[in-house]
Design a protein around this ligand. Structure first.
Ligand code: ADP
Length: 203
């Protein structure tokens, strides 16, 4: 596919981070609905790649099963492709970057810095409770993998959040409250983006 370059001036990227189970997948569709962003979920793009039985699929499956982070180049290329296929210029990217290498790869390949990072802050015990409740047959929602994912989150993803925090780019939300209460805070963070009735891809 021909590479479309994104310009920092016209493209808005918001990274949505937080531990597994912190509510990223719950809140992102609400942001889409209210503020006309396109939601790209790194995990879903990887899952689709697994299901397409592509060359990379088995490898991705094995990384996920181990609770490990998939190599940056694969995830960034999938995100870039999805951005290129969209008419929208506003993206919320959920569950990415998971580590410093992911972050650097995105900035080097896509060449866009995030407008800000939406960080769902949630205690570990609540994350575990929610993931075990989610129980939607995900290969990584079991007690063994959850421990590994939480470890990866604390060791690899928190440094990314700290990095952006040092740049003044983190919008931290207390994610332990109800879905509606959390969304009230999310709305005020996105207030500068005009609310829309629904997403319209006709530009
Ligand atoms: P993530 O995408 O961050 O892994 P999800 O949005 O899938 O998290 O949420 C994990 C589980 O917790 C889901 O079953 C979801 O319904 C539930 N959940 C999400 N937000 C809340 C909340 N604020 N309070 C209680 N449960 C929640």
């Amino acid at each position: 596919m021909e590479a479309r370059l994104f310009s920092q001036e016209t493209t808005v990227v918001v990274f949505v981070l937080g531990g597994p189970g912190s509510g990223k997948g719950t809140q992102c569709p609400k942001i889409v609905e209210h503020f006309g962003f396109t939601h790209l979920c790194a995990g879903d793009l990887l899952q689709a790649e697994i299901e397409s039985e592509s060359e990379n699929g088995t490898m991705i499956h094995n990384f996920k099963k181990e609770g490990k982070i998939v190599p940056s180049e694969i995830t960034v290329k999938l995100l870039q492709q999805a951005m290129q296929q969209s008419d929208n210029k506003r993206f919320i990217i959920d569950g990415f970057p998971r580590n410093e290498e992911n972050r650097a790869a995105f900035e080097n390949i896509v060449k866009i810095k995030p407008e800000f990072v939406l960080f769902f802050d949630c205690p570990e015990v609540e994350l575990t409770r929610r993931i075990l409740n989610r129980n939607q047959g995900r290969v990584d929602d079991n007690i063994e993998t959850i421990g590994k994912r939480l470890k990866v989150y604390f060791e690899s993803t928190l440094p990314v959040i700290n990095y952006y925090n040092s740049k003044g780019k983190v919008q931290k939300i207390d994610a332990q409250r109800s879905v509606d209460e959390v969304f009230e805070d999310v709305k005020s963070v996105f207030a500068k983006f005009k609310p829309v009735a629904r997403v319209d891809s006709t530009k």
